[in-house]
Design a protein around this ligand. Structure first.
Ligand SMILES: *Cc1c(COP(=O)(O)O)cnc(C)c1O
Length: 224
């Protein structure tokens, strides 16, 4: 695709996001994180060149390699994947803007230790396993509020900003919507939370309708 054609293609995606957010309210702002996990740095640059600034990766080693290769660009990097304890230091060295997938007290405690040692803080979201799927990471909905408050209290270097969830793995729109609504209901109970990260290429409208203010789009933005 030429850059001109790609721009027109992206305009269509932006129009879909705009239409969905305006249906909620003109005041409802939705931020898009471009998930570049299946894309090359050349493809990231192409999207950067038409205005995208926030990008997300789900593997620490990929984030590290791409952030290094693109270090001259003022990209805002998000880490959206599962974090293993032995990768924490590698992640922190990249200074990501936001970690979307904090999913246990144990991980929070380990992260807190490493942050303290580096005299750093990290913006984080708690991942919610809203549809209670065995294949997914995340905190069970009924445990989320208590765990969120505990992390806030015990881990001062972790700056909790809200929640992240992946929509139910289903063809049934109602089930997907229900999973988003579960996450949104938790988000509304959290003190000072400002980010509700939900919605991917296949369910962005459903997520925005349900209250999402941060969508993570991979395949649709990179035309895969
Ligand atoms: C891959 C991924 C996405 C993007 O998925 P698409 O369907 O390609 O838009 C969003 N969030 C997470 C956590 C992912 O791993």
């Amino acid at each position: 695709m030429t850059q001109e054609a790609y721009k027109l293609y992206i305009d269509d995606v932006i129009r879909r996001v705009e239409t969905a957010r305006l249906q909620v309210s003109g005041h409802h702002i939705v931020k898009t994180v471009a998930v570049s996990k299946y894309s090359t740095t050349e493809e990231i640059k192409a999207l950067y060149n038409i205005g995208q600034r926030a990008f997300g990766e789900n593997k620490v080693q990929d984030l590290k390699a791409k952030a290094k290769e693109l270090e001259d660009l003022p990209i805002e990097w998000h880490f959206i994947g599962n974090l293993q304890k032995n990768k924490i230091n590698n992640l922190l060295d990249i200074h990501p803007t936001l970690f979307h997938a904090l999913d246990s007290i144990e991980l929070a405690q380990e992260l807190q230790k490493k942050l303290l040692a580096k005299e750093m803080t990290l913006n984080c979201l708690m991942q919610i396993n809203a549809a209670k799927e065995a294949s997914k990471h995340g905190v069970m909905p009924e445990e989320a509020l208590e765990m969120y408050l505990q992390i806030e209290k015990e881990c001062p270097n972790i700056k909790l900003k809200g929640v992240m969830s992946i929509g139910a793995h289903s063809q049934d729109k109602e089930l997907i919507k229900k999973s988003f609504e579960t996450t949104y209901a938790i988000y509304k109970q959290l003190p000072n939370a400002t980010i509700c990260s939900m919605g991917m290429s296949s369910d962005l409208e459903l997520a925005i309708e349900s209250g999402s203010n941060m969508i993570r789009l991979g395949s649709i933005l990179f035309n895969k």
